[in-house]
Design a protein around this ligand. Structure first.
Ligand code: EPZ
Length: 423
């Protein structure tokens, strides 16, 4: 069983390259279901979630070649059975993103309910309500969603709350619907805007992606595409928090600063310098860390996917930081693990109060979800002694070779094999 061994405390110095955005690549891979022919995705990160999505597309009749950083998807050979099995969907909730494309393209889709995960119940009611508004007949039974519609037709859809994959599912479905669709109260994340660019390349007419209101003029047929994925703002933010915690000075190559405004404001507030250098960013710890309060919110608020990493930094800041998680109901699983390393954190419902300590101490800790894993690696960078982060398969879902990237910037971080996973 793989684990990551971190020996702190060492500052970071050097260059780290930011890869393509996982949460842009996943919906764009699913968008290939909307057309035949060969689509090419560039700047794709080498992640487990990419492999999982490729496996799902193969089950759906596509010929997929993953040669990171490129992925080629070739249109279907023979008949397509538009069904996404539980065995694959349970590995990655984002598999629900095949639902919209399949029912739009094939008039029918059977997709396993994604179910919850460590960070929350993760319902998909908004996805289903939206597809029903476009004319799909939805039934849910035996753990599967069945969506049927001879041809989706454009409609007005108002989301009860901004949902990233819900917005993306409806954008893809509406791109092949007959007529015009208006989506209201959409998620405004950069990855949603990126999907809009790709759908426009395919021949749909998508206006307003990245804002709360998106208009989509459906097409009768869509074309394959060639597209280079935007950089991953959460991976970039994670390395910025690492410099804040461990200290040092790094050049972050291809950092998407425009997509990171809410995080950069807070980083500067606590004493981390972030300066644009062309399409890169120079990130350095400018002095002792201050504390700052953070409340997560849908974009352009502070991203929930950066909450755990920022908390790891606040563990060694001077003073008290109050962090409130408003997006997911159970996203503090990193707190007890950070506590094992000497952090002083108290939680009450969706609020964590962090009282900074002079130093953390290395320990054996367990990753529970993707971003919690990253926060434990960051804590290890600044801790005295050795930290072993177990269950790094969580980390590998969203970070490509994070140990190599950090080691390339002077950290003592390596991947090790544990004999067996302790109970
Ligand atoms: C996307 O998940 C991201 N995943 C998540 O990143 C990210 O944390 C999340 O957006 C929020 O930014 C991908 O893009 C693949 P939501 P998603 O639907 O779309 C509720 C990571 O670490 N909701 O925006 O599943 C939901 O419970 C992952 O990379 C409903 O109630 O999140 C949550 O409270 C983790 N009904 C809120 O909305 C629905 O039908 C936001 O969820 C859908 C969502």
């Amino acid at each position: 069983m793989d684990a990551i061994r971190v020996r702190g405390a060492r500052q970071l110095k050097g260059t780290i390259r930011v890869g393509g955005a996982k949460n842009a690549a996943l919906p764009i891979l699913c968008a290939t279901l909307l057309s035949d022919g060969e689509s090419l995705l560039r700047n794709v990160p080498g992640l487990r979630d990419i492999e999982t999505t490729a496996a799902l597309l193969r089950v759906l009749g596509r010929d997929v070649t993953v040669s990171i950083p490129e992925v080629r998807v070739h249109g279907p050979k023979g008949t397509v059975v538009p069904e996404a099995p539980y065995e694959l969907v349970r590995q990655m909730r984002a598999s629900v993103l095949v639902l919209g494309p399949l029912v739009a393209r094939y008039g029918r889709a059977k997709v396993s309910l994604p179910g919850g995960c460590q960070i929350g119940a993760r319902p998909v009611d908004q996805h289903l309500l939206g597809l029903e508004a476009l004319g799909a007949k939805i039934t849910v039974e035996h753990g599967y969603i069945l969506a049927e519609a001879p041809r989706l037709r454009g409609a007005e859809v108002a989301f009860d709350l901004p949902t990233v994959t819900g917005t993306e599912n409806l954008m893809m479905a509406a791109s092949l619907a007959k007529g015009r669709t208006t989506l209201v109260n959409c998620a405004r994340e950069p990855e949603v805007e990126e999907l809009g660019r790709v759908l426009n390349k395919m021949g749909a007419r998508v206006e307003g992606a990245g804002t709360s209101i998106i208009h989509i003029h459906g097409a009768d047929e869509l074309e394959p595409f060639d597209h280079a994925i935007i950089a991953d703002r959460i991976e970039a933010g994670t390395f910025m928090a690492a410099v804040g915690a461990a200290g040092g000075d790094i050049l972050l190559e291809h950092a998407p600063l425009d997509d990171l405004e809410p995080v950069i404001v807070k980083l500067r507030r606590v004493g981390v310098g972030v300066e644009r250098e062309g399409e890169h960013a120079r990130v350095q710890r400018l002095g002792p860390l201050n504390s700052a309060d953070v409340t997560t919110a849908p974009h352009p608020g502070f991203p929930t996917d950066m909450q755990a990493q920022f908390m790891a930094m606040m563990c060694v800041a001077g003073g008290r930081a109050v962090m409130t998680e408003t997006v997911f109901e159970n996203r503090f699983m990193h707190v007890p693990e950070l506590g094992r390393m000497g952090a002083h954190i108290q939680t009450h419902n969706n609020t964590a109060v962090i009282d900074g300590v002079p130093r953390l101490s290395g320990a054996s800790v367990m990753a529970t979800d993707l971003r919690a894993s990253a926060s434990l690696v960051i804590a290890g960078l600044v801790a005295e002694g050795e930290t072993i982060v177990r269950r790094v398969y969580h980390l590998d879902r969203g970070y490509e070779a994070i140990e190599k990237k950090l080691a390339g910037a002077g950290a003592d971080v390596t991947r090790v094999q544990l004999e067996s996973e302790p109970a």
